[in-house]
Design a protein around this ligand. Structure first.
Ligand code: MLT
Length: 322
């Protein structure tokens, strides 16, 4: 290497080091891949205030919707690797979409994991006008109305869509899937009686079930939710083993300096330890991962293992993007 290129490399290292030291010196944008008011948006907004307090800079939550979150994730893949544009997402945006869409980015190679975030199971929910009182009656009603029942999703490949496809297969009756830009607008339509059903993340629907605005039939987990103990599990309701959960994570573009990742991870871990944050997540049915799993390494390892597990299953199930 010539003296000139060694000097250029040294200057680049010094500039990057100085940027990491003064980081963050301006607001950080957290890109949410679905509509405002929905599950990812809620997690982002709960975390953004304590993260602002520990980083000393505001976190701007930006909703970039479309193609089950892949437009938003692509925006972050192309952003500068300086820690000012982050991707919050979950199992479907950062695992499933790679098996369904032809993405212009690589879910593993184009991102630096920051932290594993909470997870939640799904709940099978319907509008109040559906006559079924429990899961067995709902299954009978779905079969009797084969092909006519409208099921809201956040787009082909979203958590609600994949869970809906697995629920459809377990029930043995075809649904009509209705795509939205997130499950927040889908839920609004469910409450208004415009659609029949959603297999929704617990955090989105549980409050509406408690308020009697919609019906909740079953939680797709081995245990009932502490925040809604009246809703049976799928095992109790007659679909044993139909367990589906959505875990969340936070990522930065590939090449973001290690010191910045460490600062961001520290801010997330402090937020997840905060009493108010823990209580809010608990009320929504979101489970915080143990401290040793809140690391970039744990998120990277989980995402890789989930890609290896789910891509063959999703491809074999022939679930297509739009
Ligand atoms: C959302 O935030 O709207 C959801 O996470 C969408 C989904 O994957 O079902």
């Amino acid at each position: 290497m010539s003296k000139l290129s060694i000097a250029a490399l040294w200057i680049a290292v010094m500039v990057t080091g100085a940027a990491a030291q003064s980081y963050p010196s301006r607001p950080i944008t957290m890109v949410v891949p679905f509509a405002a008011g929905g599950p990812v948006d809620t997690v982002a907004r709960i975390l953004s205030e304590p993260m602002r307090a520990s980083l000393g800079q505001s976190i701007i939550v930006e909703n970039t919707t479309g193609a089950a979150g892949s437009i938003a994730v692509g925006r972050v893949a192309r952003a500068a690797a300086d820690g000012y544009t982050l991707s919050i997402g979950h199992w479907s945006t950062h695992v499933v979409n790679g098996a369904i869409y032809t993405l212009q980015y690589d879910l593993l190679r184009d991102f630096e994991p920051i932290a594993l975030l909470p997870s939640n199971p799904m709940i099978v929910v319907s509008k109040n006008g559906v006559p079924a009182k429990d899961l067995a009656e709902l299954i009978a009603w779905l079969k009797a109305n084969e092909g006519r029942v409208s099921v809201g999703t956040a787009g082909a490949g979203s958590g609600s869509h994949i869970a809906g496809v697995y629920f459809q297969r377990a029930v043995g009756a075809r649904f009509q899937f209705v795509p939205y830009r997130g499950t927040a607008p889908a839920l609004q339509d469910l409450v208004a009686g415009q659609i029949d059903l959603i297999v929704d993340q617990a955090s989105n629907s549980v409050q509406h079930v408690r308020d009697g605005k919609i019906r909740g039939y079953a939680v797709t987990a081995a245990r009932r939710l502490a925040s809604a103990p009246n809703i049976p599990t799928v095992d109790e309701g007659g679909l044993p083993g139909l367990h589906m959960g959505i875990w969340y994570g936070l990522w930065a573009p590939k090449g973001t300096p290690k010191d910045i990742i460490v600062k961001l991870n520290g801010a997330v871990m402090r937020a997840l330890a905060d009493g108010g944050v823990r209580q809010r997540f608990g009320e929504l049915g979101l489970e915080i991962p143990p401290v040793e799993q809140q690391t970039p390494e744990a998120l990277g390892a989980l995402q890789k293992a989930e890609i290896e597990k789910w891509w063959p299953l999703i491809k074999a199930a022939n679930i297509k993007g739009e």
